[in-house]
Design a protein around this ligand. Structure first.
Ligand SMILES: Cc1ncc(COP(=O)(O)O)c(C=O)c1O
Length: 437
């Protein structure tokens, strides 16, 4: 369908963009998207791209899923905006109830706060943790990513340029180590020992020498690190963080902004770890299939702040909430299961077969469900950002969009509607690129 976005060429749009938009956007590819549908993106010239990035793990139900679109259109005919500081609105209430049902361990008296982005969810959780515990400090983890606003950026420890030039950051934020099973094993430290060392750092170094536990409001931790490299920690790490937290009255905030909403095959990635029951969950990205929405879901009694303590004009927008309700229905009906089966039985085994064939280039295949990554290396071990770039560019030239993570990994986080045939296209393209490295 012709529209304004097809009247200029991609190159013309890029020139106009460069003249008017902030240069802080990274823009890895010269891709102008005029429209999108299902698993595909289209340029103004009509070139089709297979989307293995989903707008950075956002378009969970694929682009413009008909059921999600219908829900948004139905809401368009009701109300577009309600200030949740002032009035009540049904889609918000229904969504809060649904999110509570999806996190039953938080209790029937759990409470939900809505924002517009992952960073806003992180900020809200930071404020909440300080307010609830009356403690000033928080602990996050090396390689973690939680957003780009001041609090979220201060918790983030994945790349120096996220913070360069913006100091002073929020004080009383401490970073603890997070296991990296592939690299730890290469350096001769098995998963159990590495977990032990990470947890020992918290109790023996951080608590004894830097910040006593009674000053710590929360641990903010990703169940699977996203931006940091799609790193799945041993279960014992998350359970160990929780045990330390429980011992000292510290909240566990689990950042599921990237890993939640069915992406890993369960609704929340933390549900893969039996017994891990964080006090606060952060959700965003895939929650509303591409409309801006985030949620903080807190155990009963934790959200004890007062009227006026925190709010946002747009948070919990009715169109976004309607989209989220339709998204969650699809994820529960079939898409989490699709993420699990396609991830476990199609994509991961195919990536592992590539790793066998190209073990000099692919050091590790890791992840859960449709949160999968390959780590590019020299000689099987040394990190290779150059190969990461070559793979991303090669895929793009072949009409496939994927996203980098860590300093040398490529992540595959397609819409959860992805089919085996799409994975086959990806694997064939990867194979051709790996043959040229
Ligand atoms: C785990 C995690 N937390 C928070 C964020 C920040 O989300 P947003 O970009 O919507 O602010 C991201 C974004 O990539 C993320 O992956």
């Amino acid at each position: 369908m012709p529209d304004d976005s097809t009247t200029l060429s991609s190159q013309q749009w890029i020139s106009k963009d460069q003249a008017s938009l902030s240069p802080s956007y990274t823009r890895d590819f010269p891709l102008v998207i005029s429209h999108a549908l299902g698993m595909h993106l289209y340029s103004p010239e009509g070139k089709q791209y297979l989307d293995f990035g989903a707008g950075l793990a956002v378009c969970s139900t694929g682009h413009r899923h008909p059921k999600v679109q219908a829900a948004i259109e139905a809401q368009l005919n009701k109300v577009w905006h309600v200030s949740s500081s002032d009035y009540y609105e049904p889609t918000q209430i229904l969504l809060a109830e649904t999110l509570k049902r999806l996190a039953p361990w938080l209790g029937e008296d759990a409470k939900v706060y809505f924002g517009n982005s992952g960073a806003e969810a992180t900020e809200a959780a930071l404020k909440l943790a300080r307010f609830h515990t009356k403690r000033p400090a928080v602990v996050s983890f090396e390689r973690g990513f939680h957003g780009r606003t001041f609090g979220a950026m201060s918790l983030t420890a994945s790349k120096p340029h996220y913070q360069a030039g913006f100091a002073p950051l929020v004080p009383q934020v401490f970073h603890a180590p997070y296991p990296y099973p592939f690299r730890d094993t290469l350096s001769g430290v098995d998963a159990e020992t590495s977990t032990h060392q990470c947890l020992a750092y918290i109790e023996e170094t951080l608590f004894r020498q830097i910040a006593p536990p009674e000053t710590i409001a929360a641990f903010v931790v990703e169940a699977i690190q996203g931006e940091g490299g799609y790193i799945v920690p041993p279960d014992s790490f998350l359970l160990g963080v929780q045990a330390i937290a429980r011992k000292h009255g510290i909240l566990v905030v689990c950042d599921e902004v990237q890993s939640g909403v069915g992406r890993t095959g369960k609704f929340w990635a933390c549900q893969h770890v039996e017994g891990f029951e964080p006090d606060v969950l952060l959700s965003a990205k895939g929650l509303a299939s591409g409309l801006p929405l985030s949620a903080v879901i807190a155990r009963g009694g934790v959200m004890d702040w007062q009227a006026g303590s925190h709010a946002s004009t747009f948070g919990g927008n009715p169109l976004a909430c309607a989209s989220a309700l339709a998204t969650i229905a699809l994820v529960e009906e079939s898409l989490a299961e699709n993420a699990r089966t396609i991830g476990e039985t199609v994509l991961k085994p195919a990536l592992e077969a590539l790793q066998q064939q190209f073990s000099q280039h692919i050091g590790e295949v890791r992840g859960r469900g449709l949160m999968l990554a390959i780590e590019l290396v020299e000689n099987g071990t040394t990190p290779s950002p150059k190969k990461q770039e070559a793979v991303l560019q090669g895929l793009f030239e072949g009409g496939i969009v994927a996203v980098g993570c860590g300093c040398n990994s490529v992540r595959f986080c397609p819409p959860l509607v992805v089919e085996a045939v799409h994975c086959e296209t990806l694997i064939n393209a990867l194979k051709s690129i790996l043959l040229t490295l």
